[in-house]
Design a protein around this ligand. Sequence first.
Ligand SMILES: NC(=O)c1ccc[n+]([C@@H]2O[C@H](COP(=O)([O-])OP(=O)(O)OC[C@H]3O[C@@H](n4cnc5c(N)ncnc54)[C@H](O)[C@@H]3O)[C@@H](O)[C@H]2O)c1
Length: 384
Amino acid sequence: MAARTLGVGILGCGNISGIYLRNMKLFAGLELRACASRTLASAQRAAEPLGLPAVTVAELLAREDIDIVVNLTPPNDHAALTQAALEAGKHVYSEKPLTVSVADAQRLISLAGSNGLALGCAPDTFLGGGHQLCRQIIDSGRIGRVLGGTAMVLSHGMEHWHPDPEFFFKPGGGPVLDLGPYYLTALVNLLGPVARVQAHGQIGLAERHVTAPGPRHGQRIKVETLTHVTALLDFAAGPQLTLMASWDIWKNGHPPIELYGTEGSLRVPDPNWFGGTPEVSDRDGPWQAQESHAMPFGANNYRGAHWPAERPDQANYRALGIADLAASVRAGTPHRSSAHLALHVLEVMDAILQACATAAPITLAPTLGRPAPLGAAEAAALLA
Ligand SMILES: NC(=O)c1ccc[n+]([C@@H]2O[C@H](COP(=O)([O-])OP(=O)(O)OC[C@H]3O[C@@H](n4cnc5c(N)ncnc54)[C@H](O)[C@@H]3O)[C@@H](O)[C@H]2O)c1
């Protein structure tokens, strides 16, 4: 039987909206119905090539043919717009982070619950082939009990590629809140929740110089959030990991995530993408590449517009989390890229920033478990 089609409205037509607009057609029972943004002109630029209507935010929320609002606005706008969409009776899938304040995220989760609506949040990259393969490796016991590891979110920032990078360097931005969700969500998928956090942080450069093409080119941005943070994460199940999140690093040799178990080690591919090649060692044996391209949502399907020739293609199935949310709405079952998972990740990030400010450890009381693995049959059912 064909899946009941749910209408999707895009709210926020900036940088990331293109991949959502492109990918929506990959998934069963999702249909783009309209786009809204801060200005009608930016909504039109996104909507018209696809033959979709560009509407105001109020019109989008009032449309009866829209079941799911996809909130792709900047982080500081997430709370108010997600709240408005939930109050309008829409399921919501938000870009990360769910909100920039834990209290707002908790409030939205109870609002969604009391209105009988689903609330989901990016990242959904952990549902991709690379991360599901890592989950299989961990769950098989191949590397034994995970004792520790590293998660390294290291680059020299955003102002050389993002046309409007101001928000990255203000409260609500920074590498912990901006890129932390990918790494922490991937880790919670593999290891479960975090129970205790210690951290130190600093602002590496007082000002950033925008070199990306676009309206901000040549401007300077005053940095008002930590851009170099080192944290120690104690997971409830026992693993202790070092997370470094920095936009002040020119060059480094760290893989994104390495996990050390009693029987071997695992290198987890970049959690910004869905595929990649995990590497495993059995005890001190050589690294063995584990191909994820044949896994569901593991095949490369994406090239950035300005990538140099030597940069490889990637697997980019953003919107997979919306398909999973839609399937759960139809079946009345829990979904994986859930607001509860996003809230825990936000609590961890908030604790990291608080620990930096106070130099004191912070204890969390996580109640969630790991999201269910995405099996091959369920993954296939999500596809159009
Ligand atoms: N750019 C990326 O590569 C990327 C990747 C993954 C996730 N994200 C996340 O996606 C979200 C958006 O990022 P972006 O890079 O696309 O930002 P952006 O600034 O390029 O786009 C944001 C869009 O939201 C619109 N907007 C802002 N305030 C609004 C309001 N009050 N009402 C309606 N529309 C409003 C803007 O007009 C703009 O079109 C953020 O949460 C970010 O963390 C971005």
